[in-house]
Design a protein. Structure first.
Lengths: 315, 533
């Protein structure tokens, strides 16, 4: 198990190095001058030179790559050109919204999907199965921003249980913060839950056809016992893969929902920096997101090994 | 009174009748075998006793265990009986165990489910049971997972789960079909001992008449969902009444008449062939280590020779086959066929000289292609493949030669049975007149009567097409009749090489002797008949 974890950790480190190289090359070495790209076509020559100086574009590419990566390792992400504030501070503020939102949404999605998928699988072909599968079909088909608007309409405008948008920060306590994130989290979670429930169901049904379920029944287990004790854990392996993918998506891809609820999240930060051509912010945030995705994959790998002893014993 | 009584059991699935008026009984401490070919309904009869039937099944009749009616009993009652009063062992030990649960937990589950014993008591009982089936806890820790055990060991775990609570009835569905002969002999001995020790009744399902004759006191022969004949084993073999029983027995003992062979020039020369597989690395930067799957194997096959290659699973016979077909490179030595070197990059002309017939008649065809396209596939190896009418003629000729009809060329593969598919596979191999054919377990997946027909076909084609072949099989009785020379392989080496009859009657290597001894044999019907008359 330890050896397996170390191996996964090594592959994590290698992925990070490769990712940082790719991001650096795409943004900095791609044809065109970053300074003139950031300032637009009407920029004055001396402004351009000042920016080149500031960005360190006069240095060699290797020096720039090394100072960028070592800077990030020490928490120095550079200074935003548009806002004139350290990128690290901006990212940190946004992360305090996006990370809890992603975790909240993922928790909701799992809490909905597991019971729904398990119930549908255990009632295969029955009314419960058909209704749940119909509902997930809708969940997959309807875009999440539409859910978001409906939620605002019902719970914020009509019932007035939640505010329609904005984020008051965590200073007013955990409950206030969570309350502000509840509608966005539900809007994000519903389509994810629909996908996850379908994966859970089909994975369980595959496992329920395996020989060892028949063995379990021959021991005297009821169909429900066989499902809970033998099928569920085996069915988790594909489900874990999907959960990993969903978390990465929720962290970076919630831009539309952030826009609908007016949340100061990472997605909006990337969007704004791109439209303001603030390459320093874009570069750093993208690297951070890549790091998050690779980290989540590492955790999923560890979870596989926790579930499956065959992976543990393999070196 | 017998322990298990099945009376007039009829069963249909979604309205299609499968079993018709099946009646049989198993007495306490007795071994009863149901035998028959695939589709005879023997497994469904067993699953009816467990009441573990597919959806949409309707049953009538009666199944009584010690007087208690099981048919259509509530599932709650059946759950209390399963594992406690009736244990079951399955065919596929590789998939019958939960891969994520330790073997100890899986055996303990049976005990904890049906008794009030504490965790510690259950653990102790699981240890005793595993020791009883030949897996002592000192050597095989309860914490082991199924993937750390061999097929035979896994089957022992399945048996331990089934007998942990000393059920009155044990049902074994083809318990040794997936195992090697020596393992099969051990598992059959174990089952026999358990029946004797515990006084259980054993209902055994098997297609193998040789296994039946060695194990069972009574036999039930089934065909198309009906019992055609039943009786005490010896008496039944001595005096077979039903034509189907006779045909089944004849097919099991089938001998083919191979034409005389006059070996000519060497066709295939394998010289000190070595095949290594890399092992998974145990340490990150340690040098790779290798498993030697084929170790310095040498033999020569002459034109006109029919050579058998036997050995247990993992002995390297499949690896050697792939190397001979030029699918994988050698790490040492050489293979020469038709005076050319065999390697993955060998020319198409050489490949067209070597053709193969695989084991699985279901998985080795593209279901979207018609038969004509399937059997003409090897044509792409020829520089000038026949076209137009010539191609049509060749297809008709080959289909007729393997006992099919020329019009079959326009059908898809799903229209054919397993035996017919194997005929198509042979037609595909023969269509470019290869010098050498490799039969890789080509009859292992077939029922005995079909197997007899395919063996006859091979013998017939040997006569008409002057075939040379290498016949790889784990089935000794088949190899004995279809080859004139045999190679015995063990741990990657050939331990014996000689005339088939001589090797079988007078094996020189102890391993060959143990293989022949472990293989179950059919009873001598004539001797039995003489005794009874």
């Amino acid at each position: 198990m330890l050896r397996y974890s170390l191996k996964r950790l090594l592959s994590l480190a290698i992925s990070l190095v490769i990712a940082s190289l790719v991001i650096f090359l795409v943004i900095e070495v791609a044809p065109g001058d970053p300074a003139s790209f950031m300032l637009g076509i009407n920029a004055q020559e001396d402004t351009l030179n000042a920016l080149r100086e500031e960005l360190g574009l006069n240095q060699s590419k290797l020096e720039r790559y090394l100072s960028w990566t070592f800077g990030m390792l020490q928490g120095d992400f550079g200074t935003s050109y548009t806002y004139r504030t350290p990128v690290a501070d901006m990212v940190q503020d946004r992360l305090w919204v996006s990370l809890p939102l992603a975790i909240y949404a993922l928790a909701l999605s799992t809490l909905i999907a597991f019971p729904a998928g398990i119930y549908a699988a255990s009632r295969r072909g029955g009314l419960g199965d058909v209704s749940i599968m119909g509902a997930t079909q809708l969940g997959v088909a309807i875009p999440n921003f539409w859910f978001a608007m409906m939620l605002v309409l019902v719970f914020a405008i009509n019932l007035r249980w939640f505010s329609a948008g904005g984020f008051p920060g965590w200073e007013d306590g955990l409950f206030t913060g969570l309350k502000a994130l509840t509608l966005p989290a539900i809007a994000l979670a519903l389509p994810q839950a629909a996908i996850l429930a379908r994966v859970m169901r089909s994975s369980l049904l595959d496992i329920l056809n395996e020989d060892f379920i028949r063995t379990a029944r021959a021991k005297g287990l009821t169909p429900q016992q066989a499902l809970w004790r033998h099928a569920l854990r085996n069915a988790l392996i594909p489900v874990l893969t999907i959960i990993g993918l969903q978390f990465s998506f929720l962290l970076a891809g919630s831009i539309i929902i952030e826009q609908v609820f007016y949340l100061p999240g990472l997605g909006r930060l990337v969007f704004q920096s791109i439209s303001q051509r603030d390459l320093i912010v874009v570069e750093s945030v993208v690297m951070l997101l890549v790091f998050a995705v690779i980290l989540v994959n590492f955790i999923v790998d560890l979870a596989y090994a926790w579930v499956d002893p065959r992976l543990r014993s393999r070196t | 009174m017998s322990l298990l009584t099945i009376k007039d059991l009829s069963l249909s699935i979604h309205g299609a009748p499968i079993l018709k008026d099946v009646s049989l009984g198993v007495a306490q401490g007795a071994i009863v075998a149901i035998t028959g070919e695939s589709g005879s309904g023997k497994s469904l009869t067993a699953f009816s006793v467990m009441q573990l039937l597919p959806r949409g099944t309707q049953t009538t009749g009666s199944i009584k265990l010690d007087g208690k009616e099981l048919l259509n009993a509530p599932d709650g009652d059946m759950c209390a009986l399963r594992g406690n009063d009736i244990g079951m062992v399955f065919q596929e030990p590789m998939t019958a165990l939960n891969p994520l649960m330790s073997i100890g937990d899986q055996v303990m589950e049976t005990i904890l489910l049906h008794t009030d014993s504490s965790h510690e008591q259950a653990r102790q009982r699981a240890e005793e049971t595993l020791a009883r089936v030949g897996l002592p806890p000192e050597k095989y820790s309860l914490a082991r997972f199924p993937h750390q055990l061999s097929g035979g060991q896994r089957q022992r775990v399945v048996i331990a789960m089934a007998i942990a609570l000393r059920p009155r009835l044990l049902i074994a569905d083809e318990p040794t079909t997936a195992l090697d002969v020596t393992t099969q002999a051990q598992i059959l001995d174990l089952l026999k001992d358990l029946v004797q020790d515990f006084g259980m009744g054993l209902l055994m399902i098997t297609h193998d008449l040789a296994v039946v004759s060695a194990m069972a006191e009574r036999i039930v022969v089934m065909r198309y969902g009906e019992v055609v004949e039943t009786g005490a084993t010896k008496a039944l073999f001595a005096n077979m009444q039903h034509d189907y029983t006779k045909a089944l027995f004849a097919a099991s003992a089938h001998q083919v008449a191979l034409p005389e062979n006059t070996p000519k020039d060497a066709l295939l020369i394998v010289k000190d062939a070595i095949r290594d597989y890399p092992k998974p690395r145990t340490e990150l930067f340690a040098p790779r280590t290798y498993t030697r799957a084929v170790n310095a194997v040498s033999f020569t096959l002459r034109k006109g020779e029919r050579i058998g290659l036997v050995g247990e699973s993992g002995c390297g016979k499949s690896t050697l086959t792939r190397a001979i077909l030029g699918l994988e490179p050698l790490q040492g030595g050489s293979i020469t066929a038709l005076n050319q070197k065999v390697a993955p990059d060998m020319p198409a002309a050489l490949r067209s000289g070597l053709q193969v017939v695989f084991q699985d008649p279901y998985g080795s065809f593209n279901p979207r292609h018609k038969v004509a396209r399937i059997i003409t596939e090897p044509f792409h190896l020829l520089p000038n493949p026949p076209r137009g009418q010539e191609r049509e003629n060749r297809i008709s000729q080959l289909l007729t030669a393997v006992g099919l009809h020329p019009t079959d060329a326009n059908k898809y593969i799903h229209a054919f049975s397993g035996g017919q598919r194997q005929r198509i596979a042979i037609a595909r191999a023969l269509i470019i007149n290869p010098e050498l054919i490799i039969f890789d377990e080509a009859v292992s997946a077939l029922d005995v009567s079909i197997r007899a027909q395919i063996l006859d076909l091979i013998a017939e084609l040997t006569r008409t097409h002057d075939l040379s072949y290498l016949f790889i099989s784990h089935d000794l009785s088949v190899v004995r009749t279809i080859t004139d020379r045999v190679l015995v392989m063990k741990d990657g080496e050939i331990v014996e090489d000689g005339e088939t009859e001589q090797v079988f009657t007078n094996p020189r290597h102890p391993y060959t002797a143990s293989l022949i001894k472990a293989a179950p044999t059919l009873p001598d019907v004539k001797a039995l008949a003489d005794v009874s008359s």
